[in-house]
Design a protein around this ligand. Structure first.
Ligand code: HEC
Ligand code: HEC
Ligand code: HEC
Ligand code: HEC
Ligand code: HEC
Length: 369
C-alpha cells in the first residue's frame, strides 16, 4: 500500500510541471510538515498575508518608489504576487549554503545545485544521500533517499542554527542604526539553538515514504504562532519577606524575550485574598527605538529611546511593596502585545482584533503558606 501511494505521488509529480518546485510539490511526500508550514509566519511573511508587515510597509518611504527591499528576507525568490503568497518557501530555506556577515544585514548564500536540499539528522552528519534503488541478493528492491531530490546532511549551519541568521541576525537602517538584533549566541551550540527551541521534534512522520516517529515542527513557534510551545523557556520565581514580596522572571532564551521593536511585554500580578481580587501595578518591558528622545518609525530611528526589555538569559526580579498574609494567593501573568498599543492608530491597525489583543505567554499561581 505504501509503495502504491508512493508511485501515485511520484507519477503525479513527474507529470505535473516540475520546474515550479513549490510547497505543493513538497506536500505530496511531506504532508505533515507542509500543513504546519501553512500556519507559520514564514508562510505568511508577505505584505499580502501579514497585516503588520503591510501596515509598516504602507508608511515606508521606499513604497512610493516601488522598491520593495523587504523581499530579501520576507519573500526571497518571489517574482510574482502568487509566489509572494508562498512566503519564505521550503526551497528558500533548504538551499541556504552559508551566511555572509555584513554590517547592514547578513546575506544568505544559496546553493546552485539543482534539487539538493540541506538538512540535519543526528548520526548522519557525514552523509550526502543521492536517490537510488538497490537490489539485495534475494531480489528485494529498496530505495535509498528521495526520488525527488538529493539530501546533503553535511552542512553544519543546519545543526547549530546559523542558517537562520542570514535573516534574523540584525538589520541597520540608512542612518547605520541597528533597528533589530537577535543575539548570535543562540546559533552556536548543537544542543540548544534557534532550531531546537523553535522547531522542536514532535510526533508524526517527516515523510510518507520513509516513516519516522517524529519530525521537526515547521509551524515555527513564536510570538504570533503557537507561543504556548515556548512558555517552558520562561520561569517564574516567588519570594516573600515580612513587608513585601518578589516575583522573578527568568528568560531562558539566549535573545531578548521579544526581538521586534513593535512588541510590548507586560507582567500582571493579581492578589487573591478571600473572595477579593486586587490588581497590583503592571510592569512593562519594551525596547523602543526613535529619534531625539521620541519613538519613531524604524527608517527614521537613530537611537534606543528606552530599553527595559528582559535580555537573553536574564533573570529579572520585580519587587512589590505588599504585605502578604497566610492563605493569600498570587496570580502571575506574563504576556505581550504584538504591536505597541501607542502605535496602533498610526499603523491603522486599531480595528484588527487578532493584532490588538494581549497574548498570555505564561500564567502561574503562588500560595502563601
Ligand atoms: C517523491 C517524494 C518526495 C518529494 C516530492 C519531496 N520529498 Fe523530501 N524527502 C523524501 C524522502 C523519501 C525523504 C527521506 C529520505 C531518507 O530518509 O533517506 C525526504 C527527505 C527530505 C529532507 C531531509 C529529511 C531528513 O531526514 O533530514 C528534506 C529537507 C526534504 N526532503 C525537503 C523537501 C522539499 C523542500 C521538497 C519540495 C521541494 C521535497 N522534499 C519534496 C521524499 C520527497
Ligand atoms: C534582514 C532581513 C529583513 C529585512 C530586509 C526586513 N525584515 Fe522585517 N523581519 C525580519 C525578521 C527576521 C522578522 C521577525 C521578527 C524579529 O525578530 O524582529 C521581521 C519582522 C517584521 C515585522 C513584524 C511582523 C510581525 O509579525 O508582527 C515587520 C512589521 C517588518 N518585519 C517589516 C519590515 C519591512 C517594512 C521591511 C522592508 C522595508 C522589512 N521588514 C525588511 C527580517 C527582515
Ligand atoms: C525557515 C526555514 C525552513 C523552512 C521555511 C522549511 N524548513 Fe524544513 N527544516 C529546516 C531546518 C533547519 C530543518 C532541520 C531540523 C532538524 O532536523 O532538527 C528542517 C528539516 C526538514 C525535514 C527533515 C525531517 C524532520 O526531521 O523534520 C524535512 C523533510 C523538511 N524540513 C521539509 C520541509 C518542507 C517540505 C518545507 C516547506 C513546506 C520546509 N521544510 C520548510 C528549515 C526550514
Ligand atoms: C532556549 C530556547 C530558545 C532559543 C535557543 C532561541 N529562542 Fe527564539 N524565542 C524563545 C522564546 C521563549 C521566545 C519568546 C516567546 C514567544 O515569542 O512566543 C522567543 C521568541 C523568538 C522570536 C519572536 C520574537 C518577536 O519579537 O516576535 C523570534 C523571531 C525568535 N525567537 C528567533 C530566534 C532565533 C533566530 C534564534 C537563534 C539565534 C532563537 N530564537 C533562539 C526561545 C528560544
Ligand atoms: C529568508 C529569511 C529567513 C530565514 C532563513 C529564517 N527566517 Fe524566521 N522569519 C523571517 C521573517 C521575515 C519573519 C517575520 C515574518 C512576519 O511576521 O511577517 C520570521 C519570523 C520568525 C519567527 C516568529 C514567528 C512568530 O510567530 O512570531 C520565528 C520564531 C522564526 N522566524 C524562526 C526562525 C528559525 C528558527 C529559522 C531557522 C531555522 C528562521 N526563522 C529562518 C525570515 C527568515
Amino acid at each position: 500500500m505504501k509503495t502504491l501511494l508512493y508511485i501515485l505521488a511520484l507519477s503525479s509529480i513527474l507529470f505535473a510541471s516540475v520546474d515550479s518546485a513549490d510547497t505543493a510539490t513538497c506536500k505530496k511526500c511531506h504532508p505533515t510538515i507542509a500543513a504546519e508550514f501553512q500556519s507559520s509566519m514564514h508562510k505568511k511573511s508577505s505584505i499580502y498575508d501579514d497585516k503588520v508587515h503591510k501596515a509598516v510597509w504602507d508608511l515606508h518611504p521606499a513604497k512610493a518608489k516601488g522598491d520593495y527591499k523587504c523581499a530579501k528576507c520576507h519573500t526571497p525568490n518571489a517574482t510574482s504576487e502568487k509566489a509572494a503568497h508562498e512566503g519564505i518557501t521550503c526551497i528558500s530555506c533548504h538551499t541556504i549554503k552559508s551566511v555572509e556577515k555584513h554590517a547592514k544585514a547578513n546575506k544568505n548564500v544559496y546553493s546552485k545545485k539543482d534539487k539538493t536540499f540541506y538538512s540535519a539528522e543526528a548520526g548522519r552528519e557525514n552523509e550526502i544521500v543521492e536517490y537510488k534503488t538497490i537490489t539485495s541478493w534475494w531480489g528485494n528492491k529498496t530505495t535509498i533517499g528521495s526520488a525527488y531530490h538529493d539530501i546533503d546532511y553535511t552542512n553544519e549551519n543546519y545543526y547549530n542554527g546559523q542558517m537562520c541568521m542570514g535573516c534574523h541576525s540584525h538589520k541597520q537602517n540608512s542612518h547605520e542604526f541597528e533597528v533589530c538584533t537577535t543575539d548570535e549566541k543562540g546559533a552556536k551550540d548543537k544542543e540548544s539553538n534557534c532550531i531546537t527551541c523553535h522547531m522542536p521534534k514532535i510526533d508524526g512522520t517527516a515523510t510518507t515514504v520513509r516513516l519516522s516517529k517524529q519530525h521537526a515542527f515547521h509551524g515555527f513557534a513564536g510570538a504570533r504562532v503557537k507561543p504556548d510551545m515556548l512558555s517552558k523557556y520562561v520561569e517564574f520565581g516567588f519570594n516573600k519577606s515580612a513587608k513585601s514580596f518578589e516575583i522573578s522572571i527568568e528568560n531562558k532564551a539566549p535573545h531578548n524575550l521579544m526581538t521586534h521593536p513593535l512588541r510590548v511585554v507586560q507582567l500582571k500580578v493579581t492578589l487573591l485574598r478571600d473572595t477579593k481580587e486586587t490588581d497590583l501595578k503592571t510592569h512593562t518591558f519594551v525596547k523602543i527605538i526613535g529619534k531625539n528622545g521620541k519613538p519613531a518609525m524604524p527608517w527614521l530611528a537613530t537611537e534606543v529611546v528606552r530599553d527595559t526589555m528582559i535580555k537573553g538569559n536574564e533573570k529579572r526580579v520585580i519587587k512589590f511593596d505588599e504585605v502578604l498574609k497566610s492563605g493569600d494567593k498570587v496570580e502571575v501573568v506574563l504576556g505581550y502585545f504584538i504591536v505597541n498599543p501607542k502605535a496602533l492608530k498610526k499603523l491603522n491597525l486599531q480595528d484588527k482584533k487578532e493584532i490588538t489583543k494581549f497574548t498570555i505567554l505564561k500564567r502561574k499561581y503562588f500560595s502563601v503558606e
